[in-house]
Ligand binder design. Structure first.
Ligand SMILES: C[S@@+](CC[C@H](N)C(=O)[O-])C[C@H]1O[C@@H](n2cnc3c(N)ncnc32)[C@H](O)[C@@H]1O
Length: 391
């Protein structure tokens, strides 16, 4: 088969709307920045398009081309690449080209017809598409270099996606024409921090500066190395304790994911003091209230250690939400991941509105903490910011 004929045959199948997905790879120049391009059909405003996902060393770009304009793109792709692997509804096709464009064409009919999915970009509203390859996910070991999500990392992938959905919903609350300052407290291995950077900077093109802070020196060193390799210039990781981190004048978004016990409260307190517009926090292992809790009327519950622990955790998050409301935030407690029904699965989402709390809200809060004999760390940290009067 001739080179020209090969392209026309592929285009013929694509124009018959038989393409399920394809990958064009093996750059003719080894040093090329663009490593491979994935193709799939998508429907946009009722019109059939071919989506091209350009996979560069560190960046992904998407272009959607109406089917009738697609042939020049296909020609262009074969100027840069020598390998094609395509899944069509009724066959798979593998093409290998030599440097001089001699064609090796291998075709296999499939027994059952494959379905074409025209959903645009995302499965199950995922922000990171399962069929995409994301350099940061490869570096963090969530995906293989070929873009396959590792089986044991699938929950992490879902968790990252879920967090990105919350980030996406928060965008309207962030500053528009200035750099957005973001801090991830207790960033640990920093899956989330990298995801956040990828999404806001690489995909959305926003001007952001992100810092991840954690106590663990080795983990932070590794994260800084990965950020440098990926050329994520406005992403830095620092070793430090949240309670000593006072270097910032103002921060727009504070996130914490499973920062242990009162580390979450330290992060929330810092966020409020900086006037952060957005706070997203999934707390973890709350012990503080469990130690303080004394409410004879609740003894039927609290006599059981496991119930007391869960009750204390839920009451702690309710108290956190109330304190943030008293500090001028609009707050919701939401389910983080739909399969994990534990108190660790609650996300506190707070947007700053500056609304002053009413007398009833203030009294309700006071009555609740008094009833539990609670002395919340967060309340103490924020005493100058809350309208609670003198203790
Ligand atoms: C359970 S890990 C979660 C890591 C990461 N956010 C995630 O979800 O993958 C909690 C992290 O919080 C960090 N941490 C706990 N207390 C801290 C503090 N006071 N200051 C800074 N980091 C803290 C720990 O070192 C740990 O890496």
């Amino acid at each position: 088969m001739e080179f020209q004929e090969m392209k026309q045959q592929l285009y013929e199948l694509i124009s018959q709307k038989k393409l399920v997905s394809a990958t064009i790879s093996q750059p003719r120049k080894k040093s090329a920045e663009l490593k491979r391009v994935k193709l799939k059909p998508v429907e946009i405003k009722g019109q059939y398009h071919i989506q091209l996902e350009y996979q560069y060393e560190r960046v992904l770009k998407h272009h959607n081309i109406p089917l009738e304009n697609f042939y020049p793109n296909l020609e262009e792709l074969f100027l840069h690449f020598r390998q094609f692997h395509g899944q069509f509804t009724d066959r798979t096709i593998q093409v290998q080209l030599t440097k001089k464009n001699k064609v090796f064409w291998k075709e296999e009919k499939t027994n059952t017809l494959k379905e074409v999915s025209l959903s645009h970009n995302r499965k199950k509203n995922y922000i990171l598409d399962e069929s995409g390859t994301y350099p940061f996910l490869v570096r963090l070991g969530v995906q293989t270099p070929e873009g396959k999500i590792k089986k044991q990392k699938y929950d992490k992938f879902r968790q990252i996606n879920r967090f990105l959905e919350f980030i996406d919903d928060s965008l309207e609350y962030l500053p528009k024409n200035e750099q957005i300052r973001i801090i991830d407290f207790g960033s640990g291995k920093s899956y989330l921090t990298f995801a956040l950077y990828h999404y806001l900077k690489i995909e959305k093109g926003l001007d952001i500066k992100v810092t991840g802070l954690d106590l663990k020196k080795e983990v932070i060193e590794e994260c800084n190395k990965i950020a440098k390799d990926l050329e994520y210039d406005n992403l830095e990781f620092l070793v430090g304790d949240i309670s000593d981190y006072n270097d910032e004048k103002s921060v727009d978004m504070v996130v914490t994911l499973h920062a242990c016990d009162v580390a979450t409260d330290m992060a929330l307190a810092r966020a409020v003091k900086w006037g952060a517009k957005v706070i997203l926090s999934v707390p973890c292992c709350q012990h503080e209230l469990n130690r303080q809790l004394h409410a004879p009327a609740l003894e039927i519950m609290t006599q059981h250690g496991i119930i007391k622990e869960r009750f204390a955790a839920l009451a702690t998050d309710s108290i956190r939400a109330e304190i943030l409301k008293l500090a001028g935030y609009d707050v919701q407690l939401m389910e983080f991941i739909d399969m994990e029904h534990t108190p660790k699965n609650i996300l506190i989402r707070a947007y700053y509105t500056g609304r002053k709390p009413g007398v009833k809200e203030i009294e309700q809060y006071k009555a609740f903490v008094e009833f539990l004999s609670a002395q919340p760390f967060l309340q103490n940290e924020l005493k100058e910011y809350l309208p609670l009067g003198k203790p």
